[in-house]
Structures are given as C-alpha cells and as structure tokens.
Design a protein around this ligand. Structure first.
Ligand code: URA
Length: 202
C-alpha cells in the first residue's frame, strides 16, 4: 500500500478515544525516499490544529537542531508514535497533553509499522522515550542509551535522542538542557544513514 493510500485509511481510524476527538490526524511528512526517519511521541495542540508533525515549540527546536546539522525537513521524513493528540481535560477545563498510554501506542502500530515498511529507511531516530520503547526496546532508558545504535525490526539500525519538550523543560539561562545532545544525535544518525545508503549503492 502506498503512503497516500495508508494515510486515507488512517484518516478514517477512530479505534481509540483520542481518534474520536482529534481535530486533525498527524500522519507524517517529509521525504519518503530519505534514508532517515524521525519518529516522535505524538501530536500536541499545534500539531492537532494543523495536521503537521513538530510545528509547536518542540518542533521549532527540532528544526533548529536539523539546521545546525545543515539539514532541513525536506531531507528527512518525520512522523510520530501516535497519530492523534493524547490529551485530557485539565483543571481549567481546557484540553492538556498527556503521555500516550501503552494501549494507544499498541493500537497505533497498525499505522506506524506499515508506514515505516513503505519508507524502508536505513536509520530510525526515535525522539523521546515512548518512541524508543516502541521501536527499539520496551525497557529502553533514554538518558543512558540515547546516541547509541541498536538493532531494529523496521530499519537497518535505530537510535534515540532526547525529546525537545524535555530539553525545553530543563534548559536555563546557563544550561542548554541537552540541546547539544539532540544536535549531536541527529548528526550521527544522518551520517550513519548516508554511509548505509552509499554501501547499498556501491
Ligand atoms: N512532539 C512530538 O513528539 N511530536 C510532534 O509532532 C510534536 C511534538
């Protein structure tokens, strides 16, 4: 099935409660021919509004980390563990983001796995723990194991990086919160992806 066909089917999905209340599905975008796929956690408010991955504050940081490696969104493919915004009604009565549940992650694999199979990337870069637990190892420890290469069922290899939202929460005037590690991990993932592509083409 092509990515476009998969997206049309995904748009009809209401298997979870969050699928029934979403504004927009956030399927993924970028270069489907890229050797590198970046898989985040799931849409937030801005992504739900626009239907595009990583367009809020965390997304701006991801764009900057790509740019610091001389890359742009059109060099990679970007998608998420969940296609719909995981949220609940907060004390103010407004919807607030919450972490994905195990059940939601398991349900949404019916879309993510064929999406990755269609793209067939050399490297998957998981952004944040839920993505790494889903695609690399259920017991993945993000702060200890980020930046290392792991075997992966859905690509030649996979790596994880800190999530920009986590980095934003930790950063202060004198500490970058781990931003430089995101830049470093994207650079390494891209370098490995290009090497694997070259090897295949030679
Ligand atoms: N965080 C994610 O993990 N994905 C998005 O699309 C936006 C924020």
């Amino acid at each position: 099935m092509s990515l476009d066909e998969l997206k049309v089917k995904n748009e009809a999905c209401v298997d979870c409660e969050i699928g029934q209340i979403r504004t927009n599905l956030v399927f993924g975008e970028g270069n489907p021919e890229s050797p590198l796929v970046i898989v985040g956690e799931g849409p937030g408010e801005e992504e739900d509004k626009t239907g595009r991955p990583f367009v809020g504050r965390a997304g701006k940081m991801l764009d900057q980390a790509l740019a610091d490696n001389g890359l742009s969104r059109s060099d990679v493919y970007i998608c998420n563990t969940l296609k719909c915004r995981a949220c609940e009604t907060g004390s103010s009565g407004r919807l607030v983001n919450r972490p994905p549940t195990k059940e939601e992650v398991a349900q949404c694999r019916q879309w993510l796995v064929p999406q990755l199979a269609e793209i067939d990337p050399k490297v998957i870069l998981c952004i944040g723990a839920p993505s790494a637990k889903n695609l690399i190892d259920k017991d993945f420890k993000i702060t200890k194991e980020r930046g290392k290469l792991f075997p992966c069922e859905y690509a030649k290899t996979a790596m994880a990086a800190l999530h920009p939202a986590y980095v934003l929460r930790r950063s202060t005037q004198t500490y970058d919160g781990g931003y430089s590690l995101i830049v470093q991990d994207i650079g390494r993932a891209w370098e490995v992806a290009l090497k694997l592509l070259e090897k295949e083409e030679s």
